[in-house]
Design a protein around this ligand. Structure first.
Ligand SMILES: *Cc1c(COP(=O)(O)O)cnc(C)c1O
Length: 450
């Protein structure tokens, strides 16, 4: 009955809470928005007697979450590209969460890629940019560019806020582990709707979001690094444009300057000729983005950014466990580390900090083992009690035990359940196009149910 739990963790400073958003089938917060999106899509497609081929890239969590949301739906095919082990920090259990469904569901297709999650975006974007191809094969996306997910995620903030000790305080700070910054953009939506919160945007070493929001300048072409929080290994957070859109007055072609008043006195005035679209074009053409000071000032009032490296991530996992006997997953740990390092100034200890709990650590056993300097078997053992009383946790824990046996050598071969593998030196765009064509053709065959 309680889909999201808000836990209070003992802490030395301000009250620290973790909003556990991961209780869904793949143990990631994405399950909540994605399941709504999958069903809305299917409903609309049925009404219009249409079908859709979803092409999705993942660094670990998006793929399995999207697969769970649309598995078995008659009018949707899904193709998920993921980085193979050795090319990212994706874990064996995350891969198995996708391939195990692909083995049993006809509408699910997964493709391993010898590259990072930014690399695999390239052939996907080439397919999406070809309008004729996109229309012919009814190609769509469920990455966090899709606004349905953001709308559901905005609810996370209201729900967690309302679960805080009633009447104690009005204001709260939310720490948000950021990758593509969809969750953060959803937080800004909640702010615009009037929720009295401020946001702490936490990145890992892939810190482009932190750099641009704190300094106002960004040069493109920063290489993506593999970190212990793989779902956040993104250097070009595409929801950045949504944040800037809000911060610049919610007018893509801001002429004359639109005024925004999310709080009294909170108004942007007087800038010359700039617009979100011109920043996008500038970054694409010159590889540079520079924000006006008025936009930076708005951001500074609502969003604080922190970059957290792997060592600090591991330290936060250990620290919280020592004080609270609570296991953080590495993504949530990035958020907790950021919140502890940089709450907003004049922060008094009555103001709650809520960290968005984005995933469960059973999916990241190698990192848990590293944090506590133990074997993976011992790490599974540490979680045994917690997992045994929770249906979705127990299912993934069992999967983790099974892949543990076969993990060696997984990176070399084609994981069972994969439809294809994109190897270095091959023409990825051609391979992806061929796959889309055959999958969309399968869906269009007279035997398929509409
Ligand atoms: C997707 C994901 C994130 C990043 O969320 P964005 O909306 O892309 O910023 C962080 N942590 C986990 C566990 C995730 O799955």
């Amino acid at each position: 009955s309680e889909v999201v739990e808000v836990r209070n963790l003992p802490s030395s400073g301000a009250p620290l809470h973790v909003a556990e958003l991961w209780h869904g089938p793949t143990l990631a917060f994405k399950d909540l928005g994605m399941s709504v999106l999958g069903r809305i899509l299917s409903h609309l497609l049925r009404k219009r007697r249409e079908r859709l081929t979803l092409l999705v890239g993942t660094s670990g969590d998006t793929g399995s979450s999207a697969i769970e949301a649309v598995r078995g739906l008659p009018n949707i095919e899904i193709i998920v590209l993921f980085p193979l082990q050795g090319w990212s920090s994706i874990t064996p259990v995350q891969i198995r969460q996708m391939t195990s469904v692909a083995e049993v569901e006809k509408n699910v297709h997964v493709v391993g890629v010898e590259g990072s999650s930014d690399d695999l975006d390239v052939p996907m974007e080439q397919c999406f940019r070809d309008r004729t191809f996109k229309a012919a094969h009814r190609l769509g996306s469920v990455n966090s560019v899709n606004v349905v997910r953001l709308l559901v995620q905005a609810v996370h903030y209201f729900y967690a806020y309302l679960r805080l000790e009633p009447g104690v305080q009005r204001h709260a700070q939310f720490a948000v582990p950021c990758g593509a910054a969809g969750h953060l953009a959803a937080g800004l939506l909640a702010v615009q709707m009037g929720l009295p919160i401020r946001l702490i945007a936490a990145t890992n070493a892939n810190d482009a979001l932190h750099v641009v929001l704190s300094s106002g300048a960004l040069a493109s072409g920063r290489p993506t690094q593999s970190t212990l929080s793989p779902s956040m290994d993104i250097q070009m957070p595409y929801n950045l444009w949504r944040l800037l859109y809000v911060a610049s007055g919610s007018d893509g072609a801001a002429e004359p300057p639109a005024l925004i008043a999310t709080q009294p006195g909170d108004v942007l005035v007087s800038w010359d000729t700039w617009e979100v679209r011109s920043w996008q074009a500038g970054l694409a053409a010159r590889g540079k983005l520079e924000l006006p000071s008025a936009v930076l000032a708005w951001i500074a009032r609502h969003v604080r950014t922190v970059a957290v490296d792997d060592a600090a991530t591991l330290a936060a996992m250990r620290d919280v466990h020592r004080r609270s006997s609570y296991f953080l997953d590495p993504h949530t740990a990035v958020g907790v580390a950021a919140a502890q390092r940089a709450p907003f100034g004049e922060h008094d200890d009555s103001e709650s900090i809520v960290c968005m709990g984005c995933a469960h650590v059973v999916k990241f056993l190698p990192t848990l083992a590293r944090a506590f300097d133990c074997s993976i078997d011992a790490a599974i053992g540490m979680l045994e009690r917690e997992c045994s009383s929770h249906k979705n946790l127990a299912a993934v824990e069992q999967m983790a035990r099974q892949v543990q046996v076969t993990a060696d050598g997984l990176s070399q071969m084609t994981p069972p359940g994969c439809t294809a593998v994109l190897r270095r030196g091959e023409d990825w765009e051609a391979k992806v196009r061929a796959l889309v064509t055959s999958v969309a053709g399968r869906a269009a065959s007279p035997n398929s149910r509409l």
